[in-house]
Design a protein around this ligand. Structure first.
Ligand SMILES: [Zn+2]
Length: 118
């Protein structure tokens, strides 16, 4: 799935990831910073994403390695927490979201299809 997607410049997300770390687990552990997102303003969209009860976590723009995590994340099953983590990881690698690209639910479904979720 990482190999099948590209950033806005057309570079494979796999190539982006391996420029930072040898494998996805190492990338997540060493390259992504997770911060509390509740109440934080997304200065790109000029909203407070966590105020939307459907928002679980967010990245301000594709390619940024900070993931803001909403309190609603804690209500997820372990499987769906993992799906959401991978979804946000794809954004940190540069995957865009929203038309004409995949929507958030489409990305979530793509991760479920590839990785499964309980
Ligand atoms: Zn997303």
């Amino acid at each position: 799935m990482i190999r099948n997607n590209k950033n806005a410049a057309g570079i494979s997300l796999w190539d982006v990831m391996t420029s930072y770390a040898a494998d996805p687990a190492t990338y997540i552990d060493s390259q992504i910073t997770f911060v509390k997102g509740d109440g934080v303003v997304d200065t790109a969209r000029l909203i407070i994403p966590c105020n939307d009860s459907n928002e679980l976590a967010w990245v301000i723009v594709p390619g940024v390695h900070t993931v803001d995590v909403c309190g609603s994340f804690s209500g997820l099953s372990t499987g769906m927490g993992g799906v959401t983590l991978i979804h946000e990881m794809l954004h940190t690698l540069g995957l865009p979201e929203g038309p004409p690209d995949y929507t958030s639910p489409q990305i979530q479904q793509m991760v479920v299809d590839w990785c499964g979720a309980q």
